[in-house]
Structure formats: C-alpha cells, structure tokens
Design a protein around this ligand. Structure first.
Ligand code: 5RP
Length: 267
C-alpha cells in the first residue's frame, strides 16, 4: 500500500486497530434531522471523543471549524431525498479533486444491493475506488437499505459487505445483526457498524456495539444513537469505552450513568 493511502487509513483506524466514526451526513437525504438541525452545535462537545467525522462538503464548509476538526470521511454520494421516488437512485455528488481540496482522509458512498439501482450504485462504487486509489484516498462503502430497515439480516448484510469489499472498498459500514461473525468473517476489509434509528435504551446500543466488536468489527460509525440521546457526551464516552477501552456493556452503562450526572451534559 502506498504511503498516502496507509497514512489516511491510519488517521481513521487507531493504533489499537479500532475506530469511532461520528456520522453527521444524514441531512443529505433526510433534511434537518432531529438534533442535527444545527450540525456545528451538535458536534462541538462530541468531537474530542470521535476519531473521524462522516460529513458532506456543504455541512463541512458551513458548520465545522477547519482549525479544530478531526479526520474527515467525506460523503460523496447522494442526489435523492426521503420524499423522492427511490432513495437507491444515488449518484456521485462530489469529485475526488474536491475531496483532496478538503483534505479528506476517506470518501464514503452508499451502495444499494438488491434494489432497482443495484448496478448503478455498485458501478458508482467501482468508479470511486478507481479515482480514490489513484489519489491515495480510501473509500468507505455504506451498505444502505433505504427505508427497508427489515432488510438488515445476516445473509443480506454479509452479501452486501462482501460485494463492497470485492469492488475495492477499503472499509465497509454496515448494520449490526445476529450472528455478526458471518458478516465480518466474509468481508476481507474492516467493518464498522451504524446504529440506524434511535433504539429504546442505551444498554441495547452498548450490547450490540460490544457484540459486534467481539465478532470482528473494528468499531462504529454511529450517529443518531449518540447525538439524539438526551446526554450525547455521556453516550459517546460510553461507546468509546467499548470501542477503545474494552468496556463491557455493563461498564459502558456505568460510564453513561456517571457522565450524565455531570453539569452541562444534557443536549
Ligand atoms: C446516513 C448514513 C449514516 O452515516 C449511517 O447510517 C450512520 O448513522 P446512524 O448510526 O444514525 O444510522 O450513512 O446515510
């Protein structure tokens, strides 16, 4: 691997082999998502605990201070919306030249395996990988399911992750599922987990993050279950405890409970 590619991956994946990415890209198809209406305000207290930010160029330029940021994964696919015909019909929105200008450590793109636009999204990934490899920029593929959240089962996610890796993604982002070792075991590149919509309790989040890491995931790309929580700093610190500190779900709950009691922690 050439130096630039290796260096960028090392900015994202920490020396312990793990990673905590903080995604705030949701507005690119959802608009002003709850608690992300003002992204700069949302991320300010969270940034110290994140290894990287997953963000579009628009929010980056408008809302993230260049002098006080974290390594960037630039979201470069889009072109659809929640109210449009089909979320899967994405294209590439941002050039590799722009990614370089913005000093991105990686670029991220969604693929929609099994959708009407499967082929287009996979060929977009392949094209992005060609451009990224030429410039030394890793590509993170996002195995997206659009509005069909029930698709998130082991067989489907293992299939989608493997295909993304086969097409050259350097990192794959997917959802946690039962038997997660089947997803990581069939994917020859690092896998990070997203959370999807906020779940009922913090403990559920700690349990799936912990289980996924035990089963081979390198960490998380976790958004709503952090910044939509009533105590987002407590939440990210607890997740960090699991990702980088080997905390159990019970220990993460203790971190959360003690942090949420501190002054100014409520969002
Ligand atoms: C949105 C994304 C998000 O980055 C991803 O889904 C992670 O966020 P969350 O944990 O909120 O699901 O790709 O398009």
């Amino acid at each position: 691997m050439d130096w630039g590619m290796a260096n960028r991956l090392a900015q994202l994946i920490q020396p312990d082999g793990h990673a905590l990415f903080l995604p705030i890209d949701h507005g690119y198809f959802q608009g002003p998502t709850r608690k992300l209406e003002a992204p700069g305000k949302t991320i300010k207290p969270l940034l110290p605990y994140a290894d990287a930010l997953f963000v579009t160029r628009g929010v980056l330029r408008s809302s993230v201070a260049p002098g006080n940021s974290k390594p960037l994964i630039l979201r470069v696919s889009g072109g659809t919306s929640m109210v449009g015909k089909d979320l899967a019909n994405e294209g590439l929105t941002t050039s590799m030249e722009e990614a370089i200008r913005l000093n991105a450590s990686a670029v991220g793109i969604s693929v929609f395996v099994g959708s009407d636009y499967e082929k287009e999204s996979l060929l977009n990934l392949a094209k992005l990988v060609d451009d990224g490899e030429r410039c030394g920029i890793p590509v993170m593929a996002v195995t997206a399911v659009g509005k069909e959240l029930e698709k998130r089962d082991t067989r489907y996610l293992a299939l989608a992750c493997r295909i993304a890796a086969e097409l050259g993604a350097r990192v794959v982002k997917t959802y946690w599922c039962e038997n997660f070792e089947k997803v990581t075991g069939g994917c020859p590149v690092p896998v990070v987990m997203a959370g999807g919509p906020q779940v009922n309790t913090e403990l559920e989040v700690f349990q799936f993050v912990h289980d996924g890491i035990q089963k081979g995931s390198i960490g998380v790309n976790l958004g709503r279950n952090i910044w939509q929580n009533e105590f987002p700093v407590a939440m990210i610190k607890a997740i960090r405890g699991i990702v980088h500190g080997k905390a159990t779900p019970g220990e993460a709950q203790e971190i959360y409970d003690s942090e949420k009691g501190k002054k100014g922690r409520r969002s």
